[in-house]
Design a protein. Structure first.
Length: 519
């Protein structure tokens, strides 16, 4: 798609040409940075670094910084710039007589723009207005900006602010990060959250591993995959929808605790809580069960909250979430009865579909009991669970990879953590009986034959691995994007994914289905 340049873009390209004509490289290779702005502001000491009326400072604070020009105020023989780097911004004072002959006139006054990236070498001081600044003794353009930063625009429809427009921000995240420093802080918090979680698991001796993204048989969840083709082998492959079946193969191989933080892919729609490419953490520990895993999850997430915020209390919109242990534990069917007044246990698909319709939900008998129960729970129970709650003991139809409940017929040992009205993690006492697992896979195959595109395939290699003997185990999957939403107080998954999937921009190529599924 070709682009028509506006007047500002044309002018900046003319400035680029003028710089090169003057022998100035607008894109040099490197600049030696000794300090970041935040460190200068924190380390400056008036008693040491500030010159007096008739004396130099006892210890001149020499610095070399680099960053983007956010503002430029030229006043005759001097100019003030605000420079932003990765962690903050600082004022820079530039004087004509301190720079090479003609540089101030030709570059600072005529060819420098907001958005340009520059290097400054000089010393820190405090201005008469009391602001800590850098007095430039050397100045170099490091990257000429050919496109103006987003600003507030007035149109016939009113004021349009690109800086706060969600679509613009997600589509041009690079510009969003420049003009909204708070967004950078969100992603720093997300990175810290993942580091804290990784250390928590490493300290317990669990081994971080990597499993295939391209899989000949997808499994470990109920979802539609993305499909691709390997030319050399002439075979269909799928982007993984989960890591589970490969990680449990490693338990067969003798590992007692393994985890993976990975990208998974599900060919589904988009929403505030769903992106087709998302980050999961899956953990499997031999000789443990789902009760043990609930205790671990409580400890792990409380630890993350305290490490990030200094407290187990986290603000999520209008709600203050308390991650202080212990958390509420509520069996699935009891939760449905509590919030709907309806008892669904042991009812047929037709009966549950009728109840769902009376509750105002769109349902039909062909959905199967598992999907119908999940529909009622998702629509009528989940929105009420704000504080962290373990919903436990699911029907077998909803959990083809979980171990049968040790005391409740027709149920499995499974829990989901629901917090702020959304699922955060899912866990089982893992099924390790290969005969039972084959029967569950065959049930899934019948659902696929009946038109359920999200039903699982039969994975013969996984069944073969189980036949060698898989120890009893507990397994866990944590949606890292949703956990990041909670820990950073964001209300959309797109606010914690740097480059979320969006529909094609107007005028770009893209099939109609993609456009319909877009932002």
């Amino acid at each position: 798609m070709s682009e028509t340049l506006n007047d500002q873009q044309k002018r900046r390209r003319e400035e680029l040409h003028a710089l090169r004509e003057a022998g100035i490289d607008p894109y040099p290779y490197a600049w030696d940075v000794t300090h970041e702005t935040k460190h200068i502001l924190g380390a400056f000491d008036d008693n040491l670094h500030q010159p007096g009326e008739d004396r130099p400072p006892r210890d001149q604070f020499n610095v070399s910084i680099a960053g983007r020009v956010l503002s430029l105020r030229v006043m005759g023989k001097a100019a003030f710039l605000d420079i932003q780097d990765a962690i903050g911004s600082i004022q820079v004072y530039v004087r004509r007589d301190d720079l090479p002959d003609g540089y101030y006139r030709d570059v600072i006054r005529r060819l420098l723009d907001i958005g340009d990236i520059v290097g400054i070498r000089g010393f820190a001081f405090r201005t008469r207005m009391g602001e800590i600044s850098v007095h430039a003794e050397a100045f170099q353009l490091l990257a000429k900006s050919l496109r103006p930063l987003p600003v507030v625009k007035e149109t016939e429809e009113g004021v349009h602010n690109e800086v706060t427009n969600k679509e613009f921000r997600y589509r041009q995240r690079y510009a969003d990060l420049v003009v909204n420093p708070d967004v950078r802080d969100v992603f720093r918090q997300r990175a810290r959250m993942i580091s804290i979680l990784r250390r928590f698991l490493d300290d317990r001796g669990y081994v971080e591993v990597e499993t295939p993204v391209l899989q000949p048989v997808y499994g470990g969840a109920s979802a539609r995959p993305f499909t691709t083709h390997h030319n050399a082998l002439d075979m269909t492959l799928y982007l993984r929808i989960a890591d589970e079946l490969y990680l449990k193969r490693l338990l067969v191989g003798g590992f007692t605790g393994v985890y993976e933080i990975s990208k998974d892919f599900r060919n589904e729609g988009l929403s505030r809580f769903h992106n087709p490419e998302f980050t999961m953490m899956e953990l499997y520990v031999s000789y443990k069960d789902y009760q043990w895993m609930m205790d671990l999850v409580e400890e792990m997430i409380e630890h993350i909250a305290i490490a990030l915020h200094g407290s187990p209390y986290v603000q999520a919109g209008e709600h203050t979430i308390s991650f202080r242990r212990p958390w509420k534990r509520l069996p699935l069917f009891e939760a449905i009865e509590e919030y709907t007044g309806q008892q669904l246990r042991d009812k047929s698909a037709g009966e549950i579909a009728g109840i769902a319709r009376r509750l105002g939900l769109e349902a039909d008998d062909s959905m199967g009991t598992g999907k119908l129960i999940d529909l009622v729970f998702g629509e009528k129970v989940e929105p009420n669970l704000i504080q962290p709650t373990f919903v436990t003991d699911y029907p077998i139809a909803l959990s083809p990879l979980a171990k049968r409940h040790r005391s409740e017929d027709g149920l499995v040992e499974r829990f989901e953590l629901i917090c702020n009205a959304k699922e955060i993690c899912n866990a089982f006492s893992e099924l390790n009986d290969p005969i039972d697992q084959r029967e569950r896979f065959e049930d899934q195959a019948r659902l696929r034959a009946g038109g359920d595109e999200e039903a699982m395939q039969i994975d013969e290699d996984y069944l073969r691995a189980m036949e060698y003997g898989m120890p009893p185990a507990a397994g866990l999957g944590v949606g890292m994007d949703r956990l990041a939403m909670l820990m950073t107080g964001q209300d959309s998954i797109r606010d914690v994914i740097l480059f979320p999937l969006l529909r094609p921009e107007s005028g770009q190529d893209g099939n109609e289905a993609a456009k319909e599924a877009g932002a």
